[in-house]
Design a protein around this ligand. Structure first.
Ligand code: CDP
Ligand code: CDP
Length: 214
């Protein structure tokens, strides 16, 4: 059993993925952390995320221990992540790990939940259930601002809004595995949904598919 969640920044993918993984006892992989981790490694060395060889080397040598304790959630790392994510060598280096996680989830879990941009289209095209999670850019920017402002007082919501739009455009326009809804993905617009309501909607879809699968 594999559940795929894709969608733009701060649409609520990660929140849903975590709730789904707890509820169904599935293992969870936030694939954005891989791209953020690679970007952080490049930035740490003072490198340019747009340098193809530098980003590829960071992805090929990537290990979770290398980013232990790093703050990869900042908007600068997010922006750099979407630059390294357009690099085909970077995507290729990270693909096997994601596929293996979905095919053989750790700790004997009965299934896996993965969230990102290309899970339903490229990483797990045969996923049992696919969601494409969206929300209006204004709502997404407000949610992300609420998360980031405590650590950075004075951070403008308008800056986050601009940042998300640029990142979404780059993610949707790249040639390799662009952000896209799979043809068989369930669209979930969370603009006016609380976390509980979004989770209830996702559960209805998943339970329906599980019943049909027996
Ligand atoms: O993973 P993604 O970037 O798509 O978003 P997230 O990290 O799940 O959600 C971004 C923020 O929006 C979090 O602080 C969530 O608590 C919040 N959120 C919300 O207020 N309402 C929802 N329906 C979903 C998420
Ligand atoms: O949490 P948020 O939605 O802001 O971003 P994220 O999921 O942590 O992803 C950061 C960046 O990594 C995205 O803007 C994409 O450029 C890239 N990414 C990707 O290309 N493919 C994935 N499967 C996951 C993330």
């Amino acid at each position: 059993m594999v559940i795929a969640l894709d969608g733009p920044a701060a649409s609520g993918k990660g929140t849903l993925a975590r709730l789904i993984s707890d509820h169904y006892s599935f293992a969870y992989l936030d694939t954005g952390t891989l791209y953020r981790g690679v970007a952080w490694l490049v930035l740490k060395e003072g490198g340019d995320p747009a340098d193809p060889a530098l980003a590829a080397a960071a992805a090929q040598g990537y290990a979770i221990e290398k980013i232990a304790g790093a703050d990869i959630r900042t908007k600068e790392v997010g922006a750099a992540a979407s630059v390294v994510a357009a690099n085909t060598a970077v995507r290729a280096a990270l693909l096997d790990f994601q596929r293996r996680f979905s095919e053989k989830p750790p700790k004997g879990a009965k299934g896996a939940v993965l969230d990102g941009r290309d899970i339903g289209t490229v990483v797990c095209p045969d996923a049992t259930v696919k969601f494409f999670v969206t929300a209006s850019p204004e709502v997404r920017a407000h949610r992300r601002w609420l998360e980031l402002v405590p650590a950075r007082p004075g951070l403008e919501e308008a800056e986050i809004y601009q940042d998300l739009l640029e990142r979404d455009a780059r993610d949707a326009a790249r040639d390799d595995a662009p952000m896209a809804a799979a043809d068989d993905a369930e669209l979930l617009d969370t603009t006016h949904l609380s976390i509980d309501a979004a989770f209830a909607a996702a559960r209805r879809v998943i339970d329906g598919v599980f019943r049909r699968c027996g």
